[in-house]
Design a protein around this ligand. Sequence first.
Ligand code: SAM
Length: 153
Amino acid sequence: ENLALDVPYVPTNQETVEEMLKLAGVKPGDVVYDLGCGDGRIVITAAKKFGATGVGVDLNPQRLKEANENAQAAGVTDKVKFVKGDLFDFDFSEANVVTMYLLPSVNLKLRPKLQKELKPGSRIVSHDFDMGDWEAKKTVEVGNDTIYLWTID
Ligand code: SAM
């Protein structure tokens, strides 16, 4: 299958996943969206360990199949949902936490959409890539990974 992916699949390691969710201060009641969710690990961890609900979107049906299987195995199918689609066409106004592991150019392209759709108080966490001159509120090193936090005022 020839998928028009903006970013190849590289999973975030589990320790970094947990640090991303901590950096965003994820807690019960939060709605976490992972843009390009891969095997679902960020959203599944947000549900299982942080008590949130979540949505993952990805273009690759194989990844979505894995994400649904992983949600089943983790016992969180009532708290998470995985959707096939392009993240640029996806409405994430219901999210109050957005996570991503994309690419610098993709982050920059996404930035106006994030700033338009997210409500005040929402948090954005990115693995490894920043958002150009939109300065992060916090930057944390986790092993070889860097994670960034922004908030919508
Ligand atoms: N978020 C997961 C994680 O951190 O483990 C996966 C990150 S991986 C680097 C990027 C993911 O984005 C891949 O699963 C890929 O299929 C997906 N992707 C790439 N371009 C996309 C697009 N335009 N819309 C939705 N998903 C996309």
